[in-house]
Design a protein around this ligand. Structure first.
Ligand code: SAH
Ligand code: SF4
Length: 417
């Protein structure tokens, strides 16, 4: 979502005559887009902000913007700790940015919550030529007990499908082949009579768009209608990112995830029954307050059973103001050990599953040049990264015969049929 928001901001700048440069030293304006989901991200952002002070000394006219969730959560701290920062702008206030580009104002904080801001009429710039993000909802109403997002990005609201389709059509004319629909919980998209399955039906009618993806799906909101539209469409990719978080019912309940371990296992069985060669990926959060060894074992057990194609894994980070912050915290050492164990388990599964592709032919959308001069990088419909060689151009969809696994990335040559 932050990548998309940065592209939204970039468009405001382009419209005002600015263009991007390759190094911070060459910039007249610098934006730091921040995330508050975990403390680690905030610490890194602070480090980055501090490091920009030296540029300000060389170029006193440089304007520094801190935007995103941290701008809202820590406005006072940023304001006092970094007096060289000019503007602090929250996720609902980016429309203000064009006004701040002239010299009539030099410092300010703009972080008012605005639950009706959907950036209607704004088209994000697209620097990922082949594949492009598009936000379909903003905010979140789920209030998972560990999560700061609903407090910083406000209530969930769905963009008008006409606005979304206009953005997609314009991107298609710019050469975009793949659209990735974004929302904290895309499945709850709802605008008038159009639900998420209905939106996907519309997206796949754009002729130049060859693939449509979406993230993130909350397990409680995956409907049969959604699975049916994925199954009946050539364009909607057979990949679901379904954050599990924990395999322990006690912890899931404390997290306010609104599903049980049994429900999740059944859901995965249903998805795999309905969709051919579907990939299921997930998020795992270890070390939630009060998590005991047996809770953690339940998480390892469900990971072994389900065998996810890929997982993002995190250690719990206490966020002041959330309900989980009142439940205490378990020692960092235990969290660290659990994280290591879960990563080792899942990485092995990811590698084993990718190894199953050796000898098979997969369909890849070529996204970019790879590190080696004669090789390219792309993704399968199941969202697996593949390195390939052959006579191809960026944007092509080609069949690749996988011959080996490098690290855990499948590699192969293009086959022509
Ligand atoms: N709306 C999406 C994304 C939320 S943030 C979703 O529901 O999946 C992405 C991931 O960050 C979450 O799935 C969760 O695993 C992790 N996360 C959220 N809050 C966290 C916290 N306080 N500490 C550690 N990880 C957290
Ligand atoms: Fe956070 Fe839960 Fe909303 Fe995802 S669904 S953004 S984890 S509150």
């Amino acid at each position: 979502m932050n990548v998309y928001d940065s592209q939204l901001i970039a468009k405001f700048l382009i419209k005002n005559g600015f263009s991007s440069v390759n190094t911070p030293e060459d910039a007249d304006i610098i934006f730091i887009n921040t995330c508050s989901v975990r403390e680690h991200a905030e610490t890194r952002a602070f480090g980055r902000i501090a490091s920009l002070n030296r540029l300000k000394i060389d170029n006193p006219n440089l304007k520094l913007f801190v935007v995103g969730c941290m701008a809202k959560r820590m406005e006072e701290k940023i304001w006092t700790k970094f007096p060289f920062v000019n503007f602090i702008v929250g996720p609902d206030n980016y429309r203000k940015i064009p006004d701040l580009l002239n010299d009539s104002i030099t410092r300010g904080i703009f972080t008012t919550e605005n639950n009706s801001e959907k950036y209607t009429g704004c088209i994000a710039s697209n620097d990922r030529k082949v594949s492009s993000f598009i936000a379909v909802t903003r905010g979140c109403n789920n209030f998972c007990s560990y999560c700061i997002v609903p407090y910083l990005r406000g209530r969930e609201r769905s963009r008008n499908h006409k606005d979304i389709m206009r953005e997609i059509t314009l991107k298609a004319f710019e050469g975009v082949k793949e659209i990735i629909l974004l929302g904290q919980n895309v499945n709850s998209y709802n605008y008038g009579v159009v639900n998420f399955a209905g939106l996907l039906k519309m997206v796949q009618t754009v002729p130049q768009i060859e693939r449509a993806r979406f993230i993130t799906s909350h397990p409680k909101d995956v409907t049969d209608e959604l699975l049916d539209i994925i199954s009946s469409s050539d364009k909607i990719c057979n990949h679901l990112h379904l954050p599990l978080q924990s395999g322990s019912n006690r912890i899931l309940s404390l997290m306010n995830r609104q599903y049980t371990r049994e429900y999740y296992i059944k859901l995965v069985e249903k998805i795999r029954g309905k969709l051919q060669s579907v990939a299921i990926t997930t998020d795992i959060l270890v070390g939630f307050p009060t998590e005991k060894e047996e809770d953690f074992k339940a998480t390892l057990d469900i990971i072994r059973r389900i065998r996810f194609d890929f997982a993002y894994m995190f250690r719990y980070s206490k966020r002041e103001g959330t309900r989980a912050a009142e439940l205490g915290d378990i020692p960092e050492k235990i969290k660290g050990e659990r994280l290591k164990e879960v990563i080792a388990l899942q990485n092995k599964i990811t590698k084993d599953k990718n190894s199953e592709l050796v000898g098979k032919s997969v369909q890849v959308l070529v996204e970019a040049k790879s590190r080696r001069a004669d090789e390219f990088y792309g993704k399968t419909k199941e969202n697996k990264a593949v390195v390939l060689s052959g006579n191809v151009q960026i944007g092509d969809i080609v069949n690749v015969k996988v011959s080996e696994i490098r690290g855990w990335t499948p590699y192969g040559k293009v086959v022509y049929e």
